[in-house]
Ligand binder design. Structure first.
Ligand code: ADP
Length: 406
């Protein structure tokens, strides 16, 4: 039997996001989300996409990830196929941290699981949840190839000059302190799609990718390979984000501990959850911030300005890292939707060959598109990201050959 369907799972500590794709034509069959796992009011929202049917929602107790996956399987079985179907070729798991070790998507076995577990100290929030999802899916379908697709993998091509912090080498190595980068699946997909938009092969172009969602990161991609990215040991470094500070003097942490009397956990929460846009103005949704800016709200304006200032610094830095740039690509929730952010980030960079055409920038759509004037030396593009498609593509590329020949 030819099976070309891939289930993509993104398991969080209390949630599972999923999509079922048919890789014979990259179409999406279903998508959904289970939230608040372990609570009385867990919620499952399932959307059958191939039939264009209505979304179905269900609220009630879902005790754990095992129960969540069984509920997802039951929903999938209603309109296309359940987890037990022989038509399922593989499951692709998003795994946040693959360390230095995992440079490629990898078929999961016990050794791979042990290695992902070994990385928990550098990804304490994400890897345990990803592991739970994998273990649950493997228990349900031990016969099925399951693939880990790592958020860090695309960045493992960074040279040591970009990946190392300038701290004592022995201490850094002992604790695996280095810059790993995240959102790699998105940076890989978007840099490739940007080359496609320019009618070129990824090996022929240099691209700066700006992934601006609630979390945000920039990357410098030379000929299809990442040479620098703004997130580091953890997703805290780099751009101003919805709730994360991004770059700051590390001594701020000592100061808050010594002078402010804050504990390490309190500072961690401050920098990861109460900083960035929400810390600066009380809102982390760019739509709300723009609405407030339009009403003349000074706090929102300052938050916006700080966000743009940092973004511009990274565009300039990565321009210098790459030497020549063919395109700057905006992606994710803010990058794809906030024309004002794109306009402000590129404004004043004409000397670098960068400009935005206001009319093109105002056009909305879900296809990759250019927003720079035809005369611009460097293309500026909006390229919607698709991490699920990328995970499914990488998963199928790895296991599809075997599946097809069965
Ligand atoms: P994540 O995957 O990191 O949660 P997304 O890529 O979905 O984030 O982006 C979410 C963010 O995108 C929201 O917090 C909001 O700031 C922004 N966003 C979504 N739609 C719009 C819009 N129409 N205009 C401006 N910003 C938007």
């Amino acid at each position: 039997m030819t099976s070309s369907r891939v289930l993509v799972l993104n398991s969080g500590s209390s949630s599972v996001k999923y999509q079922l794709l048919d890789m014979s034509d990259s179409s999406r069959l279903a998508a959904g989300l289970v939230e608040r796992i372990g609570e009385e009011t867990s919620r499952l929202r399932h959307t059958p996409l191939h039939t264009g049917g209505e979304s179905r929602e269900w609220t009630g107790p879902i005790a754990d990830h095992d129960a969540a996956l069984k509920a997802v399987s039951a929903e999938l079985a209603k309109d296309c196929l359940g987890l037990d179907s022989p038509e399922l070729a593989a499951i692709g798991h998003r795994v946040v941290h693959g360390g230095k070790h995992f440079t490629q998507p990898t078929v999961i076995d016990d050794t791979v699981l042990a290695e992902i577990e070994r990385l928990i100290p550098v990804a304490p929030l994400h890897n345990p949840a990803n592991l739970t999802g994998i273990r649950t899916a493997r228990a349900l379908r031990p016969d099925l190839p399951q693939v880990a697709v790592f958020d860090t993998a695309f960045h493992t091509t960074m040279p040591e000059s970009a990946a190392r912090y300038a701290i004592d080498v022995e201490t850094a190595d002992r604790h695996r302190v280095r810059r790993y980068g995240f959102h790699g699946t998105s940076h890989a997909y978007v840099s490739r799609a940007t080359a496609g938009l320019l009618g070129k092969d990824p090996s022929e172009v240099n691209v700066i990718v700006l992934h601006l969602g609630n979390g945000a990161s920039a990357s410098a991609v030379r000929g299809g390979r990442c040479v620098d990215t703004s997130m580091g040991l953890t997703p805290l470094e780099g751009l101003v984000m919805g709730t994360r500070s991004g770059d700051l003097d590390p001594a701020v942490i000592f100061h808050l501990a010594r002078v402010g009397g804050m504990s390490t956990d309190e500072i961690d929460t401050l920098l990861n959850k109460k900083s960035g846009l929400i810390g600066l103005c009380g809102d982390n949704d760019m739509r709300e911030i723009r609405r407030r800016v339009d009403e003349g709200d000074e706090q929102a304006q300052l938050a916006f300005d700080i966000y743009i200032h940092r973004l511009k610094k990274y565009i300039g830095a990565y321009y210098a890292v790459l030497g020549t740039v063919d395109a700057v690509a905006f992606t994710a929730g803010v990058g794809e939707n906030a024309a004002a952010v794109r306009q402000a980030a590129i404004a004043g960079l004409e000397e670098l060959g960068l400009a935005v055409d206001d009319e093109l920038n105002a056009v909305r759509g879900d296809r990759p598109r250019l927003i720079s004037p035809g005369t611009a030396r460097v293309a500026v593009a909006v390229v919607p990201t698709d991490e699920e498609l990328e995970i499914a593509t990488q998963t199928y590329a790895l296991v599809g050959k075997n599946v097809k020949s069965n």
